[in-house]
Design a protein around this ligand. Sequence first.
Ligand code: UD1
Length: 419
Amino acid sequence: MSEHFRVQGGARLVGEVDVVGAKNSVLKLMAAALLAEGTTTITNCPEILDVPLMADVLRSLGCEVDIDGDVATITTPAELNHRADSEAMGKLRASVCVLGPLVGRCKRAVVALPGGDAIGSRPLDMHQSGLRKLGARSEIEHGCVVAEAEGLHGAQIWLDFPSVGATENILMAAVLANGTTVIDNAAREPEIVDICVMLQQMGARIEGAGTSTLTVHGVESLRPTEHRVIGDRIVGATWAFAAAMTRGDITVRGVDPHHLDLVLEKLRMAGAEVTTSGHDTFRVVQHDRPQSVDFVTLPYPGFATDLQPFAIALSSVSDGTSMITENLFEARFRFIEEMVRLGADARTDGHHAVVRGVEKLSSAPVWASDIRAGAGLVLAGLCADGTTEVYEIFHIERGYPGFVENLRKLGATVDRVTA
Ligand code: UD1
C-alpha cells in the first residue's frame, strides 16, 4: 500500500503553529542518558518515529525506556551492554551518538554503522580519530564501529571540520575521561549547546558551549537529570519559508528566534516582514511575490544545510535568479530533479545551483528523498496550480510531527491518501 500527500495549490497559509522539541537534539540527549546510572527524564520530545527507534537502541544496551506523549523516561543500569542492536541502529543516523557515551562509560563499544537520510557520503573518520586521541582503539569491523580503551585520558583535538556528530561523540566520551580535553573547531549548533546544558546538569564540567572551543574537565561519574529539549529550529524555519512562499502570515511558537537569525534575515531580504517576541516566538508575513536571494550552506551560525531544499523551493517562485551553494552534503541537490518536475527553472553545476524564479509552479507527482526534501516538495506543491502528489512521505513524517494537521490549521488543503 502506498501512502502519499495530495496537496492543493494556491492556499495562503495564515495562523499560528506550535513547534516541539528538536529531532536532532532529543536523540542525542537520549544517548547522553547512558552516561549516568539511574532515571533520566527528557521532556518536550517530538512524537516522531525516530524517538521510539532510539528507545530500541537504548533498550538493546540494557536501559528501560518509557515514552509517554512528549516525555521519555530512561533508566540506565549500572552495567550497560556495550553492543548496540544492528536492526534499530540501521534505521537512523543519530544512533551513532551512542558510541561516545558507551566508550566513556564501558570503555568499549560495538556499534553498527548507522542508517538515516540518503543525503550523501557520511563518513565517521573524525568521530574515530577523536576517540583515538582520547586513548581508544577504533576500527570498522564487519559493518560495525568497534572501539575499546584501557582508560580514557584528556587530549587536545582539532577537528578538520566542525562536524555535529563528531563533536557530540567526542564530548560524550570526554566527560568521563581522566583529565582535560579541548575540542577545537567544534560545532556550535544550538543542539550542541543543548547537550552541554544537559551534561552540565548531570555534573559534567564543560566550558565554551556554543563556541568553537569546548573544554571538558573529566569527572568520575555523572548523575541522572531532567531536561527539556530545545525547540526544533529546522521545523520552525520550515514554517517561516511556508509563509514567505505562500505570501502568508505565520506565527511560530516554541523556537528561539535567535537560532534562526540568518534565516530570518534572508527572508527579510526576500521581502518578508519578520517580527520576534520573547525568547520563543516569531512571525513572518509576506505581502508580495518574494525577491530572489542567494543562499550558502555552512555549519552554524551559517545557513543550515537542512534548510537548503526550502531555499531552492522559495527561489523557484521568487522574482529573479538565485544562486544556492551546498557545502555539506552533495546529494541534497537530488531534490532539484523533483522541483524540475514541478516546473522549476533550476540547474546545478558542482555544488552550486542556479534557480530562475517562475510565477507559478505546475503540479506533478513527486518523490521525497529525505525529510527536508519531502517537506520542501509539499511547500512547492502549495505554490503550484492544481494538485501535487508527494510520495515516500514516511521521510517527512520522521521529522514533522502533525505535519498535515498543522498545514490544515494554517488553511492548506492537504490530504494523506492511502491507495
Ligand atoms: C547532523 C544532522 C543533520 C545535519 C548535519 C549538519 C543529526 C542526526 N543530523 O548530521 O541533519 O544536516 O548535522 O548540520 O543531528 N564528516 C566527515 N567525517 C566525519 C563526520 C562528518 O567527513 O567523521 C562530514 C560529513 O560528510 C559532512 C560534514 O562533515 O559533509 C558535516 O557532517 P556532520 O556535521 O557530522 O553531520 P551529522 O552529525 O551527520
